[in-house]
Design a protein around this ligand. Structure first.
Ligand code: TYM
Length: 332
C-alpha cells in the first residue's frame, strides 16, 4: 500500500483554498486508497512573527476541522508535528545535505521574506530553512505521495532532490516522494485579487472564504468578488482571472468542468449566485460536524494522542537509520 503524507500550517483560519486544494481530497480519496498521515505542522507556524496563544488555538482548530472535513482516525493517522520529535531530529540532518543557495531560490521564501522586510520586520532563520523541515516531515515516513495544492510543488521537488542526494552519498535511507494534485481546485485564487492565491495568512479578509464563515458571509464575499471588464462569461485564466476563478470554484464544488460551465452562464450575476450557493452547500456539513466536535474536545485530544504515538513508531526507525548512515554514533 502506498504511503501518503500531507500537512496544514496553523498560521490562520483554514480557507476554501485549503479545502478544495487539499483537505477534501485527503478525506474523499487519499485516506481510502493509501496508508495516509495528515499533520498539523505547528513548528512551521513559528517561522513568521506569531502569537503563541493563537498558534495553539489554531492548531487545535485545524485538527478539529480536518476531522470535520472527513478525516477518519480509523483510516488515517492525524497528529501534530511538534508531538513527534523525529521531524526536528531529521530536519537538522537534512540541513547538512541542503545548500544555502537552494533555500534562497525557493519562491515562497522570497515572497515571504520580502513581505516581512516591507513591514520592517526581520526574517527568521527558520523561514529560510522551512523547506528542509517540510522535507523532514515527508521523508521521515517513507512517503510515496504528497497530495498538495500547486503552491507546494517546489517544496516537494526540493524534498525529492534532498532524498536523492542523501541516498546517493550515504546509502539508501529515503523513499523518493512525488507530489499529487486534485484536477480542479489545485489553485483557488483570492476573490479580491484573482492573480494571488487565496492564502489563510493574508490580510485581505473580503477576498478569502474561511471554512467557518457563516452562509451569509460566504454569499457576500462571492457576490462582491472582483470580475473583469468583459461581459461575456468566458474561461480564460490569463485574460479573465476573476471569472476563471469563480468558474473553477464552481466546478470544484459541483464536480463540473470550468470550460463547460462558462457556456452555461450569460451573466456574471448568475455565475456568482450559483457559485455562492455551491460553496455554502459544500461547507454546510463541515461546519455542522465542526460544531459537534467542539462539544467533545476529549475526542479530538484522544485522536491526536493516538496519532502521535502511531507516527512516532513509523518515523523513529527511518530517522535512526538516516542518523547511522550519515555518520552519527548510535546511542547505547
Ligand atoms: P498550507 O497550510 O499553506 O496549506 C495546506 C494545503 O492547502 C493547499 N492550499 C491551497 N490549494 C489550493 N488553493 C489555495 N488557495 C490553497 N491554499 C493552500 C496547500 O497547497 C496545501 O496542500 N508548507 C505547507 C505545509 C506543510 C506540508 C508538509 C505539506 C508542511 N510540511 C509536508 C505537505 C507535506 C503549507 O504551508 O501548507
Amino acid at each position: 500500500m502506498k504511503r501518503v503524507f500531507s500537512g496544514v500550517k496553523p498560521t490562520g483560519h483554514l480557507t476554501l483554498g485549503n479545502y478544495l486544494g487539499a483537505m477534501r481530497q485527503w478525506a474523499a480519496v487519499d485516506q481510502h486508497r493509501a496508508d495516509a498521515l495528515f499533520c498539523v505542522v505547528d513548528l512551521h507556524a513559528l517561522t513568521v512573527d506569531h502569537d503563541p496563544a493563537r498558534v495553539r488555538r489554531l492548531s487545535r482548530q485545524a485538527a478539529t476541522l480536518l476531522l470535520a472535513a472527513g478525516l477518519d482516525p480509523r483510516l488515517c493517522t492525524l497528529f501534530v508535528q511538534s508531538h513527534v520529535d523525529e521531524h526536528a531530529r531529521l530536519s537538522y540532518v537534512l540541513e547538512c545535505v541542503a545548500t544555502d543557495g537552494e533555500m534562497r531560490r525557493m519562491i515562497q521564501y522570497r515572497e515571504k521574506a520580502a513581505r516581512e522586510r516591507e513591514r520592517g520586520g526581520s526574517v527568521r532563520l527558520s523561514l529560510l530553512t522551512y523547506p528542509v523541515l517540510m522535507a523532514a516531515d515527508i521523508l521521515a515516513y517513507g512517503t510515496d505521495e504528497v497530495p498538495v495544492g500547486d503552491d507546494q510543488v517546489q517544496h516537494v521537488e526540493l524534498t525529492r532532490d534532498l532524498a536523492l542526494r542523501f541516498n546517493q552519498r550515504y546509502g539508501q535511507a529515503f523513499v523518493v516522494p512525488r507530489a499529487t494534485h486534485p484536477t480542479v481546485g489545485a489553485r483557488v485564487m483570492n476573490l479580491q485579487e484573482p492573480m494571488s492565491k487565496m492564502g489563510k495568512s493574508d490580510d485581505s479578509g473580503p477576498g478569502i472564504v474561511y471554512l467557518l464563515d457563516e452562509p451569509d458571509v460566504v454569499r457576500r464575499k462571492v457576490v462582491r468578488a472582483v470580475t473583469d471588464s468583459g461581459r461575456e462569461v468566458e474561461y480564460d485564466r490569463v485574460k479573465r482571472p476573476g471569472v476563471a476563478n469563480l468558474l473553477e470554484i464552481l466546478a470544484a464544488c459541483t464536480g463540473g468542468n470550468p470550460e463547460a460551465l462558462a457556456d452555461v452562464y450569460e451573466s456574471y450575476g448568475a455565475l456568482k449566485k450559483d457559485t455562492a450557493e455551491a460553496v455554502v452547500e459544500i461547507l454546510g456539513p463541515v461546519q455542522a460536524r465542526h460544531k459537534e466536535l467542539c462539544a467533545d474536545p476529549g475526542f479530538v485530544e484522544g485522536v491526536l494522542r493516538d496519532g502521535a504515538e502511531r507516527a512516532r513508531a513509523m518515523a523513529r526507525p527511518v530517522v535512526d537509520a538516516a542518523y547511522r548512515a550519515i555518520g552519527l554514533l548510535p546511542a547505547v
